[in-house]
Design a binder for this molecule. Structure first.
Ligand code: DGL
Length: 265
């Protein structure tokens, strides 16, 4: 069967972090069916090699294409940083990635800070993507390896997280950034704390929200938007159900997590 307006959007991530993107999609596009894949058995990707990430990413994209998705969304910044092209090469349906979405949203900035996992930052993918849209901007990047575990621990408004954020933001603030791109699935949950640390004059770019806008535009453009009004179906495929999965997942999604299926690879 070929994809049409009622086909689901396929969203994938290294684990449950990509649920921040699903949440933004649910809010922006309430009639769309969504199939999510989170590689919870092999997360985190943010410290793995490019070869390994490309291999895992291919496997996941193929799984979702078999579900007849009409669009693929790479919700994971780390996968988008090193394996977006791999997915684009194999996919017959459009592929959108969070890095491109974040870069488009950041294009108004002149001195742009980017934060992400070590693999994302080392790849320089954000700097390249931002320069494509804003060639005159200056980009200052900072890997924030400790943010993912702190968010998963639920320490969203905790002194340890605040001190960690102050430390990570120091070099960026010294460069007087006017924009900060949250280049990781987990960072939207730190928005209130980061806002406190960087002050009110720095624009925060949430790549999950930016992605929802891009998806909406592409679906309209290709006449693939689901007009509704039937309630959408949401399915969540994961490779493992780790400890506290439900609690953490629901924190990311902002609602109850149902229809969870475990894929044994
Ligand atoms: N999803 C990853 C990202 O957006 C964070 C978690 C991981 O390291 O796998 O970069």
């Amino acid at each position: 069967m070929s994809a049409n307006a009622s086909s689901p959007i396929g969203v994938f991530d290294s684990g449950i972090g990509g649920l921040t993107v699903v949440r933004a999609l649910m809010e922006r596009l309430p009639f769309e069916n969504i199939v999510y894949f989170g590689d919870t058995a092999r997360v985190p990707y943010g410290v793995k090699s490019v070869e390994t990430i490309a291999h895992f990413t291919t496997q996941i994209a193929q799984f979702l294409l078999e579900k007849d998705v009409k669009l693929l969304v790479i919700a994971c910044n780390t996968m988008a940083a090193v394996a977006a092209q791999v997915v684009k090469d194999l996919s017959p349906v459009p592929v959108l990635d969070v890095i491109d979405a974040g870069a488009v949203a950041a294009r108004g900035g002149k001195r742009i800070g980017v934060i992400g996992t070590p693999t994302t930052i080392n790849s320089n993918a954000y700097a390249r993507a931002i320069h494509d849209h804003a060639p005159d901007s200056r980009i200052h990047s900072q890997a924030c390896a400790l943010f993912v575990p702190l968010v998963e621990e639920g320490w969203l408004d905790h002194e340890v997280t605040r001190l960690t954020a102050q430390e990570y933001m120091k070099p960026l603030l010294a460069e007087h950034i006017d924009t900060l791109v949250l280049g990781c699935t987990h960072y939207p949950l730190l928005k209130p704390l980061l806002r406190e640390v960087v002050g009110k004059d720095v624009a925060l770019v949430d790549s999950a929200e930016a992605m929802a806008e891009q998806v909406a535009a592409v679906l309209t453009d290709r006449h693939l938007a689901n007009p509704g009004p039937a309630a959408p179906r949401y399915d969540f495929y994961v490779t493992d159900v780790p400890l506290r999965f439900q609690t953490i997942g629901e924190r990311f999604l902002g609602r109850t997590l149902n229809n969870v299926h475990v894929v044994k690879w």
